[in-house]
Design a binder for this molecule. Structure first.
Ligand code: ADP
Ligand code: MG
Length: 633
């Protein structure tokens, strides 16, 4: 047996390297730490300059309070901070930084140079080169602080090997600057990448103005959240405010949900579920809204000291805070006219401006009621019928016939209504579409007997009577056609280029992945007026191009990410389009159209369920009828 290894105290340098590993994982994290320092120093203007995604250079210049000459060497020591003085202060932290680790860690893994000039003093600078501290030197700079980081990780080959491409890092840095810019409208931000200014927002008084500056046009489609009256009496001092998108504006990821706790940007992940629940069934599965949500609560009810990068925080009353968020979102959407996803024009959308109180008590338009149905498996809300449908109701006839096979519960009236509202487009001309491929399922040849209530087709299929929901079936057929016809996904040149309204983060991602986009059939041009799509897959209509591009750009936020999810995006699109062009309920079909649908039904892989997983048909075996009518001995 070998001797146990003996324990020794690590030297400071090694400890520093270990700590640096957590705080400085990538250039974007350096930018985050430095911006936080500038904000803590009460700056009103912060300029961030990066070269090659920050790998060559990161320079942050602010006009804040500066660092006293004697504090310059100290600022480079671990656990040296001006923001805390004792243990009690930890209980209620009001600054972004407090650990005193950032500068020390950055100085371990790069060449860090700090120049600073507090008001009324001479400028001074100090350098720390991969852990070696230099002397204080005079520096000619304006009031404030300028921090330069170069050669990051050049002495850490292992770390360098795991870094992203510069363009990807640039886009991550844009994310960081944007999220701080959203949190601090009172600070002007400028981001310069490889000598090009890619973001410049002036200091403003109102967060609304800042949102317009960073989010662009989509900010105009966001609505302010408000809590139900009864919430003001609910226990707890926490308060939510902010803006959420109407359900017609969604993203495939939660990346455009910004959560700020007492002015600190935090990871949105822990809030996503409550946000979704607040939207009830208005969001389709896997979709997320765009949102800026501000939580204000007493500093001693949030613990920010749980994670080295402070992205995660702990809340004392987390469930209460989450429920309050859910209630606010639900209340806001209930009192605001909005449209379900995939419907056409957006009407009645109120912009960021606060709404007068009486607007909140709106009568819901028909589609708003019908949007509240389950696409997500949640319990549908009870919906009143708009007008009686021409169906004689006789529930018992269904339940007493034994042997009837319906694959899942029948379509709710609500779901049918959603379909009707989703379908603003023209119904496809059934007779003149290309036939699908060969017969691929074991359905027999079928003969339409009649149409019932202009909604169901009565069909003879060998020894069975089928009752087919014409919309559900047609939707399924269209989905299969759209999804699998490769020609629809081929690039098609657009007669008039489709302009793209992109914010800075999206532009950074676009530039980072332009080649991948080309491979997917998108040709994007940059002109003085901005970006536009000149070529795109044929299936995408002009109006779908921009939302589709927004989704793709979200997927492209990290190297290697996009193409896995492109298939999902295609599904989503085929899904929306299949619903749109399908024949509706209450639409008369002639025999040849019915025959055509039945013929196509044999050529799709899953004929029994529509794209929502609802049944397309109810099967009544002759046997079951015989039994019901007492024909069996
Ligand atoms: P922390 O922010 O947790 O205190 P840092 O290592 O980030 O730790 O910074 C150390 C100290 O350096 C800060 O406490 C602050 O006093 C000073 N400092 C850093 N950056 C700036 C800046 N841009 N302006 C003024 N002071 C700064
Ligand atoms: Mg700091």
């Amino acid at each position: 047996m070998s001797e146990p290894s003996r324990i020794k105290q690590l030297d400071d340098r090694t400890i520093g390297h270990i700590a640096a590993g957590e705080v400085v994982e990538r250039p974007a994290q350096v930018v985050k730490e430095l911006i936080e320092n500038s904000i803590d120093a009460k700056s009103s203007r912060i300029t961030v300059e990066i070269d090659r995604g920050g790998f060559d250079l990161i320079r942050i210049t602010d006009d804040g309070t500066g660092i006293h000459e004697h504090d310059l060497p100290l600022s480079l020591d671990r656990h040296a901070t001006s923001k805390l003085s004792n243990e009690e202060d930890l209980a209620a932290i009001g600054t972004l930084g407090f650990r005193g680790e950032a500068l020390a860690s950055i100085g371990m893994v790069s060449k860090l140079s700090i120049s600073s000039r507090p008001r009324g003093t001479e400028g001074r600078s100090i350098v720390m080169d991969n852990g070696n501290k230099g002397k204080i030197e005079p520096a000619g700079i304006a009031e404030g602080t300028s921090i330069e980081v170069s050669n990051i990780f050049s002495n850490q080959p292992a770390r360098l090997a795991f870094q992203r491409r510069p363009a990807t890092e640039t886009s991550k840095i844009v994310d960081v600057v944007v999220s701080h810019a959203i949190c601090h409208p009172e600070v002007g931000f400028r981001l310069v990448s490889d000598e090009k200014t890619i973001l410049e927002v002036p200091a403003v008084d109102e967060m609304e103005d800042r949102l317009y500056d960073v989010l662009g046009r989509q900010a105009g489609k966001m609505i302010p959240i408000s809590a139900p009256k009864s919430d003001s009496d609910a226990p707890g001092d926490e308060r939510w405010s902010g803006w959420i998108s109407t359900p017609d504006i969604t993203r495939g990821k939660g990346d455009e949900i910004h959560v700020l706790i007492n002015g600190r940007p935090v990871a949105a992940q822990p809030f996503l579920q409550s946000i979704r629940r607040g939207y009830k069934t208005r969001l389709m599965q896997g979709r997320h809204p765009v949102a800026v949500l501000l939580l204000d609560l007493p500093n001693d009810e949030v613990d920010v000291n749980v994670h080295p990068t402070k992205r995660e925080v702990r809340l004392k009353h987390s469930w209460r805070v989450l429920e309050r968020l859910e209630r606010s979102i639900a209340y806001t959407l209930e009192s605001t006219p909005t449209e379900p996803e995939s419907s056409g024009g957006i009407t009645g959308i109120t912009s960021l401006a606060p709404q007068p109180a009486e607007r909140r008590v709106v009568e819901k338009p028909a589609w708003a009621q019908t949007a509240q149905i389950s696409l997500t498996g949640e319990k549908p809300i009870e919906i009143k019928k708009e007008k009686p449908r021409p169906i004689s109701q006789s529930e018992s006839s269904q339940t007493t016939i034994t042997g009837i096979e319906a694959i899942a519960p029948a379509l709710s009236i609500g779901e049918r209504e959603l379909h009707r509202h989703a379908g603003c487009g023209e119904t496809e001309d059934i007779d003149n579409t290309e036939p699908l491929g060969p017969v691929i399922n074991d359905l027999p040849a079928m003969e339409p007997l009649a149409q019932f209530a202009d909604s169901y087709i009565l069909v003879q299929a060998d020894e069975e009577l089928l009752l087919i929901d014409q919309h559900a079936l047609h939707e399924r057929i269209r989905y299969e056609r759209l999804r699998h016809d490769e020609s629809l996904w081929q690039a098609q040149e657009r007669i008039s280029p489709v302009p793209l309204d992109l914010d800075v983060r999206q532009i950074a991602r676009l530039e980072a992945r332009i080649e991948d986009l080309n491979n997917m059939g998108f040709v994007i041009e940059k002109k003085a007026a901005g970006y536009s799509i000149t070529s795109a897959p044929a299936l995408l209509s002009a109006s779908e191009l921009e939302p589709f591009m927004h989704d793709i750009l979200l997927d492209m936020s990290e190297d290697g990410a996009p193409l896995e999810t492109i298939e999902q995006r295609k599904d989503h699109l085929a899904f929306l389009n299949s619903c749109r062009g399908a024949v509706k309920a209450n639409e008369k079909l002639n025999l040849s159209q019915m025959r055509r649908l039945l013929d196509d039904m044999r050529r799709i892989p899953n004929p029994w369920a529509c794209v929502h997983g609802r049944p397309t048909a109810m099967r009544i075996p002759l046997n079951a009828l015989d039994h019901h009518f007492g024909r069996h001995g």
